[in-house]
Design a protein around this ligand. Sequence first.
Ligand code: GTP
Length: 804
Amino acid sequence: MSSDNQGIRPVPIDASPAAQANGVTPVNGHTPNGAQQFGSSERIQVINDEKNFTPDLASQIDRWGLRDVGFSYNIVAVFGSQSTGKSTLLNRLFGTTFDVMDESQRRQTTKGIWMCRGKGMGVMVMDVEGTDGRERGEDQDFERKSALFSLASSEILIINLWEHQVGLYQGANMGLLKTVFEVNLGLFGKKAQDGTSGRTLLLFVIRDHIGVTPLANLQATLTADLNKIWESLSKPAELQDRLLSDYFDLSFTALPHKVLAADKFESEVQQLRKRFVEKGREDYLFKSAYHKRIPADGVAFYMEGIWEQVQTNKDLDLPTQQELLAQFRCDEISTLALAEFNEQSKPQRRPVEAGRVVEGLGSMMRNWKTQALTRYDRDASRYHQGVYKRKRVDLLSVIDSTLSPLFLGQLKNLHKSCLVAFKKEMLEGMRGEGYNFAVVVNKAREKCETRFTEGAKEALLEDTDWTWEDEVELLREEVGIVADQCRKDETKKMVNLIERTCKRQISEPVDIHLNKAAPDMWDGVLIVFKTTLEKAEATYLTKAKSFNCTEEENTTALATLRKRAWLVLRAKIDEQVADPVILGKLRGHFEDRFRYDDSGVPRVWKPEDDIDSAFKKAKDQTLELIPRYSKIAPVDPSNEYTLPSEPSDSLSSTEEFDFPATLTVFTETKSLDLSARFRKDADAYYVEAKRSTVSSVAQIPYWMYGVLVILGWNEAMVVLFNPLYFAFLLCALGSAYAIVQLGLVGPLIQVSRTVAGEVQRQASDRLREHFSQPVLAQPIRSRSVDVDSNDGEDELRRRGGSPM
Ligand SMILES: Nc1nc2c(ncn2[C@@H]2O[C@H](COP(=O)(O)OP(=O)(O)OP(=O)(O)O)[C@@H](O)[C@H]2O)c(=O)[nH]1
């Protein structure tokens, strides 16, 4: 066979149906934006003829709908000399729309590397610029790079060659393959040694197979050539004994002449197509062993990385590439998951910051976290496991540190709301009477702690180092402070209540004792006071027990209670000895002794009565009361009551309390003043008594009745001797007899007495009015305060009386 493949290249007579159908002139096969649309399939120039990688591959994969298919896709590339029908074959096999050479022109069609999605299948097909093209001449750089690129990124590399190229070295691209194998060892040598995947299928498609030489012979020749090349490779020392079959699977197929045996060609192509499509077939070509394990959404980045390495002529390190890809993609996926997570958590931040307890925050946080991780796991777990796991830890820590302020905020808000609830609970528990403070506190505390603990546990996320125990301790302390304050307030309230009860209880008995003004008046008052206080102290101690009050608090509270009870008593006494009240009492006392006799009957003074001594006695007895009222001094010393005095203290805001001073009800001066005022009142009574005797002296004298008989003798005789009058007299006597017989004398006398009394009273008044002077006609009480005591005496002297 000739080694000059230019000379033996058959003249292609077919043009791309797609190209023809669309009327596109397939010259260079690319457009300025690097992507062309043919029917429903879009293709993209992955690497242009200036050896630049397109930035649009990722979005193109997205448009093909392959972005989210994970590993459910395949990549196939073609390798072979220029114008050997590669594009035609790909279009037939995969329904792609690659440009096919114009029959009339003999020039390069595919420039750079193109990619198209297989029609109706998840296959990314790469059409690679043909090798050995006259357009690039001696420059073999691109063909080497594109071959390396195809091998590194695809699962199946279709090696397209004419039948007559078999056996040629350059014609069959054996030189190029040698280079590719050598680099391949660098790529996959180690992987294969580890036993991990990295195999590639080299599918030899022999075109224009006439059938003279059976496929088996061609296959043997090619295999022998390949093994020969493999032998001649300069392998790394540790891979010296490696065989071609350790890295590559070889497959061979032949297609008849496209023009001369067009039908056969078509049917063979369809047969071959089935091997790419029908997964159940034994000879199915896309075996999982060939898959590069790059998720579809990372293919663009991965290929770009490989091309960069190829370009910079660095040794291709696919594991590193995969790690780099994983880093990039995991970062991307993590960012996306975080963005979604932040979007979810954002609305809850504001209420937490505003101090509200967000119900179910824990489950929400758990949900956001799980969603973010699930999303990350779903997309990133397909990448390099080491990188995936590392990035997952990073993502977790970012999520946790984002949620941590929410958790802490929730704890703080819970703390606040529990404290408020505790106070409310305490107030409710202490409403009304008869509650047990300790029970109320314990119940409220338990409720508060339970609520906090439940809330904190709910908000606590698993697998974090978050804690809430410190916060609950703090809450306990504050609850203790609040409870203590409540206890103090309640103790105060209780003391106030007891004080009020005390006041109520002592009020009436003290009134009675002070009104009586007996010599042992203060004994009675103090006995009542002490009994009431004892009861109050007992009540306090019973309640204080439930308040868990300390001994010291009890002592202080009892001291306060005693002092306040004493002050209550003093206030009551002050009320009773206020000027008008005490004067009223003195007057009453005096009246009882002066105006009434010993049996309590009001006295009617007669001229022979000793008004002066009665007045003196009553006045002296009343004046004795003033010193009695002036000081709290019981007759029996055992009834005395003492309290410690307290100096004033501005720091503790205690006012001075001088107990001995409180025993004095009123001072000496006040006593003298009261005496003087009382005397005036008493004098007025005296004057009144005296006056009443004067008015009784003014009664009708008995001789007047004698005069009346004498003067009325004639009239009596007329009655006796006048039959009419006499008849009247008899009637009167008869009536009197009947009255006596009927026992109506008593009532009649009574009636008569009343009538007489009334007549007498009327007469007395008239006479008094007649004899009285204007000054004496004034009401005594109203004058008593204004008139000087001497005025009364002067008046009496003028009228012939003598005051005591
Ligand atoms: N004899 C023959 N001609 C073919 C066959 N397949 C395609 N052709 C013709 O060969 C010519 C080149 O076909 P393309 O498919 O453009 O070849 P290519 O290898 O893709 O060309 P480049 O992309 O320029 O390297 C066209 O005129 C086709 O009609 C075949 O199996 N036998």
